[in-house]
Design a binder for this molecule. Structure first.
Ligand code: NAG
Ligand code: NAG
Ligand code: NAG
Length: 465
């Protein structure tokens, strides 16, 4: 049996830990720089192990989050698929005591820095209102024989982690067969297109997240916001229309001057090179800085963009914050976001600003499956259910490749199926700002849904547009 001590450095700035005098590492893997499987290695450059810890609650997950430079955990969960086969059993405490190596999957966590997701009052009243609406609409649904079950093993072939999903799928199939509601909604292996109340009852009501997402992202809410929009701003109108149609709007030019871009690029490089408030993943090939970058402010104050986002997300929109992300991966094995996925939070916007040209082949373009933002996915509460196979996605949807010149970028709904491109000869440095409907993240938190909203790896702003 191995008997090692893992000294987790208490300073939030350190991302390394010592074991028996040897420097080793702690990382999050398989999700993003603020979430994933908790992994440790017992020597520099050595193999990564999962972590098995009992109990594994927010308290222990917070210790892991601090070890990688965050302030706290927003969720603590069982492992994510696709991790190392071997884990180390750890006794968590001010120091982590590594007890033994076991053949088992490890735990996962989502982390955040303090001051995120607390922007407005935490809204229980929103949740109560939904509950009443749900009860009202359940009484009025069209009764009848439902269409054939979509929960077939053939549909599971669209999922990367089909084996992990099989039992859940079978349970959903059984529950489906009990239903007596009719819906003619368009259904695919991933979910329902433009779900209405009947489709919700039939396909989505078994998912604890769905109710929340259906209500926050409802089409009526969006339609009301659209009706309230300024119609005399063609720039805002163009961004909104592309978002609404495709889930992504390309921006040729955010309006920064060349001198402003020089400053922004220098500030962004300095931010990802810093030692505090920088998270790394994929052995350092992906780095995210949640640090102040003043050069981005003119873009954040852009009135046309704000109008477009208010139309798309609802009248009240919160700019949660931004981050700088640096990619210098060279292949799929390196990169955490290389599988087609959605972000499991429903409708939310990320805005990417390019500080240098992003080459469409070699510059790590972001790929988006157009139109998937209109889907209500069958399960948003399951990590495994949010990763889709390349052959399925590319043969079912038109794919948009987001790339372009410095000073431009794109605005997209992370509810759309998307992926990063791990291959590429050129590094990519981008600023990424994040926006939600103002009540969404506080309500998700009040309801204790474990929805990763907002992202934890940002410089928090909490600014209402
Ligand atoms: C589905 O049914 C509704 C009314 O029951 C109807 O208005 C709608 O056109 C139908 N949609 C399709 C795609 O058949
Ligand atoms: C706002 O952004 C749009 C592109 O989305 C750009 O064309 C415009 O110049 C920007 N406005 C200002 C004042 O920078
Ligand atoms: C690091 O992050 C914390 C929490 O978000 C913030 O208060 C602090 O200002 C940041 N420090 C730097 C140097 O960016």
């Amino acid at each position: 049996m191995l008997l090692l001590w893992l000294w987790v450095v208490k300073s939030a700035s350190e991302t390394t830990a010592c074991i028996g005098g040897i420097i080793a590492g702690v990382q999050l893997a398989g999700c993003n720089t603020d979430c994933g499987r908790v992994e440790v290695r017992l020597e520099e450059g050595g193999e990564w192990y999962g972590v098995v810890a009992e109990p594994w609650t927010i308290r222990e997950a917070t210790m892991a989050c601090r070890a990688v430079g965050f302030d706290e955990a927003s969720s603590a969960s069982a492992g994510m698929p696709g991790g190392p086969r071997r884990s180390v059993r750890v006794e968590m405490g001010p120091e982590w005591r590594v007890l033994e190596v076991v053949e088992a999957a490890g735990v996962s966590a989502a982390c955040r820095s303090s001051g995120q997701g607390l922007a407005s009052s935490s809204d229980d009243s929103v949740a109560n209102e939904w509950k009443e609406r749900r009860e009202r609409r359940a009484a009025q649904l069209p009764r009848g024989v439902p269409p054939p079950s979509p929960f077939t093993s053939e549909a599971l072939e669209a999922y990367v982690f089909a084996d992990e999903l099989r039992r859940l799928w079978e349970r959903m199939d059984l529950a489906y067969r009990e239903k007596s509601v009719f819906s003619n909604a368009s259904v695919s292996a991933l979910g329902v297109l433009d779900a209405d109340d009947a489709a919700f009852e039939l396909y989505l009501s078994e998912n604890p997240h769905s109710d929340f997402l259906y209500e926050t992202d409802r089409r009526e809410v969006r339609a009301a916001a659209a009706a309230a929009a300024d119609d005399d701003d063609p720039v805002a109108g163009g961004i909104f229309e592309a978002l609404d149609r495709d889930g992504i709007a390309m921006i040729k030019d955010f309006g920064l001057t060349s001198a402003q871009l020089d400053v922004l690029e220098a500030q962004a490089r300095e931010a990802v090179g810093a030692s505090v408030n920088v998270s790394v993943a994929s052995d350092g090939k992906v780095a995210t800085a949640r640090r102040e970058v003043p050069g981005i402010e003119p873009v954040l104050k852009n009135v046309s963009i704000a109008r477009a986002l208010r139309r798309y997300l609802g009248a009240d929109v919160l700019l949660d914050g931004y981050k700088v992300t640096h990619l210098r991966t060279s292949g799929p094995g390196d990169y955490i976001a290389a599988l087609w996925h959605h972000d499991r939070v429903g409708r939310r916007i990320k805005m990417f600003v390019y500080v240098h040209d992003v080459d469409c082949d070699e510059g790590h373009p972001t790929l988006v499956a157009k139109g998937t933002h209109r889907l209500s996915y069958f399960r948003t509460d399951s990590f495994a259910a949010s990763r889709f196979r390349d052959d399925y996605v590319t043969s079912t949807y038109p794919i948009h490749r987001a790339c372009g010149p410095r000073g431009g970028g794109f605005i997209f709904d992370t509810h759309a199926v998307h992926k990063g491109t791990p291959e590429g000869r050129f590094d990519r440095l981008t600023l990424i700002a994040e926006f939600h409907a103002v009540h969404k993240c506080p309500a998700a938190r009040a309801l204790n849904l474990g929805i990763p909203c907002p992202s934890g790896d940002q410089f928090p702003l909490n600014h209402r547009l």
